[in-house]
Design a protein around this ligand. Structure first.
Ligand code: SF4
Ligand code: SF4
Length: 101
């Protein structure tokens, strides 16, 4: 199965700014955000996130940002993910450089 790895790296939650209001986790249509019971921090499930941007635009303190990665770090991420999953083939779409890896 080929999975889009760009989705997995395209939002980032800055817990230093987060006020833990839970607006983001309550409105995420894909249930990709939840609260860590131990720390109270918002957690992202990268497998569920579809990068719709709803949480990004709804956070009152701009604690969620779109995360962009350069090609080198993206490839490193892909290789790490392949190692973890045992996958032999993976495709990464790089919108910036219009490339497939
Ligand atoms: S909406 Fe923003 S401030 Fe509220 S819990 Fe989510 S990340 Fe934190
Ligand atoms: S970008 Fe969309 S799918 Fe991903 S965590 Fe935010 S609201 Fe959920």
């Amino acid at each position: 199965m080929i999975k889009p790895v760009c989705d997995e790296v395209s939002i980032k939650i800055n817990n230093n700014y987060c006020g833990k209001c839970k607006i983001c986790s309550s409105i995420c249509p894909f249930e990709a955000l939840s609260t860590d019971e131990k720390t109270g921090e918002i957690k992202l499930d990268i497998e569920k996130c579809q990068v719709c941007g709803i949480c990004f635009s709804s956070c009152p303190v701009s604690a969620i940002e779109m995360a962009y990665y350069d090609v080198k770090s993206l490839i490193t991420y892909v290789e790490k993910s392949m190692h973890e999953t045992g996958s032999k083939a993976r495709v990464a779409l790089d919108n910036l450089h219009k490339g497939f890896y």
